[in-house]
Design a protein around this ligand. Structure first.
Ligand code: Q46
Ligand code: ZN
Length: 326
């Protein structure tokens, strides 16, 4: 077998694309995919400052590397979640990447800055990944807006997005479906949220890091156990194994055909956004979901709330969390 682009020995086979590529051509292929996504969805305009949400995992470091390689002004932000040694090693990987490339990394610590860590938030009625996703969305957007970044980029890959879509389809959750876009527009209080890696699979972002010699945290977050998106990923991988390209077709079919039909739902939610009475962050409730989470920390044992409470947590205008937007 030869590289489909240059005849060199291949390092990776891409079954869904029916080709194999050598290291150099594979890195170029990843850059092409990201460039196409950025251009097609107008993710980043000339001169805009980008803040990349960096977890220390393969996806976010690949996103930072790829955006920088494509010539964008991209800084990183690492949010310390306080998940023991896992957080320590993740921060180390983010710092090493930034230092090795002369890039600017902003570090924010949840416990130091807002008074609670994710393990502490796990005592509330939210499951850990839900509290974590909410905290990350809130803090990343807050820092991006405060520091003048127009764009907030995350490392969500094709597998993450297909799994979240699968979950939202199972429940036909229209507000979440309406928000599942590669780009959420810039608005008062919101940086533009972009997902430039949705054309690359998890396997591809890992291979990209190997080819580019990016050191990333391989271990899974110890709090990910039980996250239902992991089960959805397994299901989708089973389908992909039988029929390569299934995940990409599932996601692109939604993005191109169904998502535009939900534009009214998304616009309705955006129109209802106003500043949180407590912290000023955008929300469609009186007090934003993050402030309510902060209130709940320290009042454990209420995880099994009534349906009314479950509905209430949907009011934060953000997407469902996935356990591996690393
Ligand atoms: S860090 Fe947070 Fe993930 Fe850990 S607690 Fe869940 S969401 S799994 S990307
Ligand atoms: Zn608030």
């Amino acid at each position: 077998m030869k590289c489909a682009r240059c005849d060199a020995p291949p390092v990776i086979e891409l079954r869904a694309r029916r080709m194999a590529l050598c290291g150099g051509c594979f890195a170029a292929h990843c850059r092409d995919q990201v460039r196409k996504a950025v251009d097609r969805h107008q993710m980043i305009r000339p001169g805009e400052r980008v803040l990349v949400a960096v977890s220390g995992g393969k996806d976010s470091l690949a996103a930072w590397d790829l955006l920088t390689e494509l010539g964008h002004h991209a800084d990183g932000m690492y949010l310390g979640l306080g998940i023991g040694g896992y957080s320590d090693r993740s921060a180390e990987a983010a710092r090493a990447f930034a230092a090795g490339r002369g890039l600017h990394l902003i570090e924010v610590d949840l416990a130091a800055d807002v008074g609670f860590s994710i393990p502490q938030a796990a005592g509330t009625r939210r499951v850990p990944c839900s509290a974590c996703g909410l905290s990350k969305r809130h803090m990343l957007n807050k820092i991006a807006v405060e520091r003048g970044y127009q764009v907030l980029a995350t490392g969500h890959n094709l597998d993450d997005e297909a799994a979240v879509l699968f979950g939202n389809v199972l429940t036909w959750d229209l507000p979440y479906l309406a928000r599942q876009q590669p780009v959420l527009p810039q608005a008062p209080g919101f940086a533009r949220r972009v997902k430039p890696l949705t054309g690359l699979t998890e396997r591809e972002t890992a291979a990209y890091c190997v080819v580019r010699r990016i050191g990333y945290v391989v271990e899974e977050c110890p709090m990910a156990a039980g996250n239902r998106h992991l089960a959805y990923k397994e299901l989708l991988n089973t389908l992909e194994e039988r029929s390569p390209g299934t995940k990409a077709a599932f996601l692109s079919g939604f993005t191109q055909r169904l998502a535009p039909l939900l534009a009214d739902v998304a616009a309705g939610e955006r129109a209802a956004v106003h500043p949180c009475a407590r912290c000023g962050s955008p929300t469609i409730a009186e007090v934003c979901a993050f402030c309510r989470l902060a209130d709940q920390v320290g009042r454990p044992g209420r995880r099994h709330g009534r349906r009314r409470r479950h509905r209430q947590r949907r009011v934060q205008p953000a997407a469902v969390s996935s356990p591996s937007a690393g």
